[in-house]
Write a protein that binds this ligand. Sequence first.
Ligand code: F0G
Length: 458
Amino acid sequence: MKLPYAEPFRIKMVEEIRQSTQEERESWLKNAHYNLFNLKSSQVFIDLLTDSGTGAMSDQQWGALMTGDESYAGSRSFEALHETVKKISGYQYLLPTHQGRAAENVLFSVLVKDGDIIPGNSHFDTTKGHIEIRKAHAVDCTIDEAFDVDNPHLFKGNINLEKLEEVYKSHPKEKIPFCLITITCNSSGGQPVSLENVKAVKELSDRYGIPIYFDSARFAENAYFIKMREKGQENRTIKEIAKEVFSYGVGMTMSSKKDGLVNIGGFIALNDENIFRAASNFTIIYEGFITYGGMAGRDMAALAVGLNEATEFAYLESRISQVEYLGNRLIEFGIPVQKPIGGHAVFIDSLKFLPNIPRDQYPAQTLANEIYKEAGIRTVEIGTLLADRDPETRENRYPKLELVRLAIPRRTYTNNHMDYIAVAIKNVYERKEEIQKGYNIVWESEILRHFTVQLKEA
Ligand code: F0G
């Protein structure tokens, strides 16, 4: 008999999580104004709000933490991180930052000006925020297949070259400081970008003289998908593939809270000395001296180890196959999910799940709240609340998809938890006809309203 798959790690430390009653959850949710961000973690049994900074570190990382060097300038831990980043990315210069959005803030302070255009595949919200706050525009050139949840395209993070060329043709080169490729593409469902697509984007961008940067929060998961799905890549190591991907760009921003396998941190890595110098000034103003940029020495030490672990096949296989396991259980139960299953999360199509809830009553938020009430599982709405209002008309912006994201923290839950989640969602699916009403907004902020919005039952 073929041996079944088993995780390449054992567990050395555990953290207790508590079950609650449905009655308790209903009252907590009401007190939280039906916004899951307002819950206390003690009110949550399984937390799938994000995979960002919520994973478990290895014994090697905890060991490295104890040897961290807290020198203000030139610490050993910075050196260790610098060597690792150079080895993995091929980029020569490193600027640590306190997290990914800080890396965006520093880099875009140098590169992005009023009126600029930044094409790419569905930019992440903070990335878009850092572009728009500078009165520049993010143009989404993702392939159309990404917006059809049933389309089995293997690289739904890919950029459509025609859309990209249209951007290059209709604006002067000076207005396009770079093209940004997000690997994997979180906003299109944790979907990968193929090596072939990266190469083609590079070739096209070269013709127009536009450099490429990577938003590389989940670059290792992206490399895993390339190895597993792209012809001719199957015998290469993750590190070889990742390095080749980075070789087509001039630099990267990183949220180390994902594929860095740490709880906080980020960085910029790049090759251009002049941009590095200019970005160094912004790092000093916003983050800290250039050899720590908002990170403790011990955190840089743990990150150096984490980057090496995250780019090992055995780790990625256990990580991604767990997400896929959950996705497949949901598919077995007939739940409409984005296919193929993403690298860090499963996305449920709530327009198909709850067709009775009108868009202005926030079907994805309604579903997320039902899943919490059912079983104490916290997920997140990726839909109309997240999409904010049109800045001019103040009308709701309705995105193509209304999704609930089940983001799986790294090395944190077992497949028993995945089974529990799948059955909880099946139970909600079985009573979906009883869910006839969504929510109305009581209070909201001007931008990024989903974090703090207050709702009432419609
Ligand atoms: N880029 C991508 C693709 C991201 O997914 C995130 C964060 C960032 C940049 C910003 O990094 O949080 O370290 O400042 N995504 C988290 C999420 C918050 O839940 O998907 P950060």
